[in-house]
Ligand binder design. Structure first.
Ligand code: GLU
Length: 596
């Protein structure tokens, strides 16, 4: 391991009481000295196993599980529970997740996406005939989907786990009871957050009487979450989906002071995590395996990459100079075309048919050749129309797609070569801004998702039903793109990666794959590159990271360009030719990689 690790894990481990016999956890004392904003990171090497997550305490929990002989699934569970505690704004048991798993021979896709309650209609977000303002919908009971993360992890653990389920909660329970040092990112997210202060539990827990958020480095305990974790550790996910915890969650949604939601106890107890068929797509020497619908991630990423492969080869944009705008232009135009297809076709496959009956038709080489041929010298701007990979009569709708911070990514490769790529979310930062104490009456708790705002607010456009409209029991379309990469020839695992970032997850993931395969960058260098994205209309380039000449040159090609913060939270671990691992964590967030 690189000495950089020492920066995050201070010497002198504090040994805390053990809660189980199979796995002994030592809570490290972690200094939250990582500044928010962009910080160069060195990348991390490891011989046999590695774990990457968005917070050092979470990474460390996964590391300790792997060290104790746990496998990638075990580590993912420990990491997720600690993330729920230390990065509560981004993921947790109140939200949903997609997990890609490789067990040395087979790739599986576990779907823990939230579902719409049975009581919803297609007009969920329509008020007085008009779609609600986005943030009004978010901060409400209406947006809360039935959480899926816990059931999904329980299912994956039943099939692949090695350590006892209960042991995997020990790190999070210990840290919740003993307290953890609040990170910069949590502090700054709380400071800039207005809506969360309106939730009575959250305002008491995260802010002082003057409305100041808990300071960086201050110790925060979460007794409510510790108690919920203890019950789930002892009794499994039933302790969450039924009984006191479920009752509290339902009651908070149903009695929301502004816009109550319809979530019921039956919705909770009826939640099922699903096995999906992963989509594995050849991409020159690699095979890229990703999540199928209800995620639009893999299909859209691979459409972009497939179209790019059909474009004339240009100099890679590594120098941030004017010469790079040619590649950026191709990338942005391919993104526009791919997003047009995404908007039109992709939704929950249990409710909507794939065009032509097969999602992979969207990735057919002839189709992508046709689409790629639409890319011209000048930008098509917002005129990109969906293509017709099959036959389907549904409208497409573009939605407000905002930068989002309510998501986190975990990548793990264990010493037996099993791998996890898991992207986990409560949607917006702090989700629906509803904190549940699980009915414990103790301080703290966990946040409920606002995942239902990932549905189209409008059920129909010009009289045609929208594929991603709200329907009871349906899962909203996602952009999450947890990805496992294999070498086509040897079949060996090459990488595990993914990112948060709302719809821009797709650009972050696609560009990282290009940087790893075509530009020969390592897993850290690839994540350091500046971002450029478009969802169809304007182009956003990462603030302060592109040369003026590049931006001017994009403008000359007809792109409307503005600069803004693009806070990806990429995590990637690659297996190198000599069999060792090299991991990277996004310089824009607090993540680190640990391994041995
Ligand atoms: N809710 C988004 C999705 O599933 C992810 C949000 C984010 O990345 O912050 O696509």
């Amino acid at each position: 391991m690189s000495p950089k690790r020492v920066k995050y894990v201070l010497p002198g481990l504090l040994v805390l009481p053990l809660y189980s016999w199979g796995f002994s956890y030592e809570a490290p004392s972690i200094s939250p000295e990582v500044e928010s904003g962009y910080e160069e990171k060195p990348g991390w090497s490891a011989e046999s196993f590695a774990v990457a997550a968005a917070n050092p305490l979470a990474t460390d929990a996964g590391y300790q599980v792997l060290q104790a002989g746990g496998n990638a699934i075990d580590a993912a569970i420990a990491v997720q529970m600690v993330l729920n505690l230390v990065e509560p704004q981004s993921s947790g048991i109140g939200g949903g997740a997609f997990l890609m798993h490789y067990d040395g021979s087979e790739v599986r896709a576990y779907d823990g996406r939230e579902t719409a309650p049975q009581g919803v209609s297609g007009e969920l977000f329509i008020e007085d005939g008009e779609p609600l303002a986005f943030m009004d919908a978010v901060a409400s009971g209406l947006s809360v989907g039935v959480p899926g993360t816990l059931r999904m992890l329980e299912k994956a653990h039943a099939q692949h786990g090695q350590l006892a389920w209960a042991d995997l909660f020990t790190p999070a329970i210990t840290l919740a009871e003993e307290g953890f040092a609040v990170s910069n990112r949590l502090h700054t997210s709380l400071a800039s957050e207005e809506l969360l202060r309106q939730d009575p539990l959250a305002s008491q827990y995260y802010y002082d009487a003057d409305g100041e958020p808990i300071a960086v480095g201050e110790t925060l305990k979460n007794p409510a979450l510790a108690e919920v974790f203890r019950r789930v550790a002892a009794h499994g996910s039933e302790a969450f989906y039924q009984g006191a915890v479920a009752e509290d969650l339902v009651q908070r949604v149903q009695t929301h002071s502004v816009r109550p939601g319809s979530l019921t106890l039956d919705d909770m107890s009826g939640y099922e995590a699903l096995d999906r068929e992963p989509i594995c797509t050849p991409w020159q020497q690699w095979e890229v395996c990703g999540f199928p619908p209800p995620s639009s991630g893999h299909l859209t990423v691979m459409q972009i990459l497939g179209m790019l492969d059909k474009q004339p080869l240009l100099e890679a944009p590594l120098d941030n100079g004017a010469s790079s705008s040619g590649w950026l232009h191709q990338f942005l135009e391919a993104s526009r075309l791919a997003f047009a297809d995404r908007g039109r076709y992709i939704a929950d496959p249990d409710f909507v048919d794939a065009p032509g009956g097969d999602w992979e038709l969207m990735l057919a080489p002839q189709y992508l050749q046709q689409r790629s041929a639409l890319i011209d010298e000048m930008s098509m701007g917002d005129t990109a129309e969906p293509g017709n990979p099959g036959e389907l009569e549904v409208s497409w709708a573009s939605q407000p797609e905002q930068p989002e911070y309510g998501t986190s990514h975990i990548s793990i490769i264990d010493e037996d070569g099993n791998a996890v790529a898991m992207t986990t979310t409560i949607e917006q930062a702090f989700g629906s801004r509803i904190l549940s104490d699980g009915g414990t009456g103790l301080a703290g708790g966990f946040l409920l998702n606002n995942e239902l705002t990932d549905f189209s607010f409008e059920p129909e456009i010009e009289g045609e039903p929208v594929a991603n409209r709200v329907e009871p029991g349906k899962r909203p379309r996602s952009s999450m793109s947890p990805t496992l990469v294999f070498d086509q020839e040897s079949g060996e695992l090459v990488a595990s990666l993914g990112s948060p970032g709302g719809a821009a997850i797709i650009h972050y993931t696609a560009r990282t794959l290009v940087a790893l395969r075509d530009w020969g960058l390592n897993a850290q260098e690839a994540l350091n590159l500046p971002h450029a994205i478009t969802l169809g209309d304007g182009v956003f380039v990462e603030e302060g990271r592109f040369a003026e000449a590049t931006i001017d040159s994009l403008r000359e090609r007809g792109h409307t360009v503005s600069e803004r913060e693009l806070t990806s939270g990429l995590q990637a671990i690659m297996r190198l030719n000599d069999g060792t691992l090299f991991g990277g964590a996004d310089p824009r967030r607090e993540g680190v990689v640990m391994g041995e």
